[in-house]
Design a protein around this ligand. Sequence first.
Ligand SMILES: [Zn+2]
Length: 353
Amino acid sequence: MSFDNKSSNRLATSNSGVLGWHAAAWQSIVGEKSRWPHAVLLKGERGIGKLAFAQELAKGLLCERSETLKSCGDCTGCNLIAAALHPDFRDVVPAAASPEIDEIALDRARDKAKKPSALILIEQIRELTDYVNIRSQRDVGKVIALYPAESLNVNAANALLKMLEEPPPRTYFLLITHGAQKLLPTLLSRCRQIALPAPDRQQALGWLAAHGIRQPELSLAQAGGAPLQAAGFDGDYWVQRASLLAHLTAPRFDPLATAEALRRHEMVCTVDWLQKWVFDLIFLKVVGKIRYYPDCGEVLSKLVNGLDSREMIRFSKELSDQREVAGHSLNAQLFTEQLMLSYSHLLRSGRYG
Ligand SMILES: [Zn+2]
């Protein structure tokens, strides 16, 4: 990974401002600039605005005027950050990561042959050594943001641990994760952990509406309540989703025709949609509610009555296993056919099929 100014200041120019549902968390730390720890882990669900929070932290730590973590927005440090040119800021992400960092984006990256790595590699941590050890150029401090932290491979995590043992003064690491349980316990123990909450439904819907997202309720449901993820669904996403649903809800399900129609879709997306579909079937059967597909209530209700519960759980488990390999499977058509045949088996367990 190159550390040219443009690529190393991505975080600094991402969404601006702490999101409303993180205001309390922000207020609880804003006065701590003078005693800010050298390693912090920001953790919380995917798509809730952790990067925006980290961005404000980085700005505050590098601001040359403010005594608190609330940056002044006007000093040289603040202007350099705003221009994505601050020499004392680095971010470290997987080479394959898109601006929208989420699990699906990472898995999509794994889809591509000869793809760039979806992990943060030890070389990237080693490249930080000089940066960490030389004096900061603005003489205020240095900030290194790593995200998603769960994409650190074991070697990279161990190299980072060494760096965290004795960091030079005013060197601040910000680790950001939606998979804290996947991090090495030794790494966790070296970080101050800050848990960032997800918004409630009204906050999330208000934010989506303010950002001009069409179908905010459906988008939010499909994203499992994560507004920033919901805002990232583009036109292609909805076209592919509609195509899958047309097949899943057809009066007579045809697995091979469905697989053929979906073969150009990203496998990870297909698995994700199916996981949500079968989750809703199980949720509907057990709790009587729908989480991800509120626009398909009628067809889900009709479908679920005829399905065998054990088969639903079997298919759900199979999807979890397939998700692990979806990014590595080279034969998309075969992969999708197997999934659809398995879904067909589920349907035959009941009176549909
Ligand atoms: Zn400033």
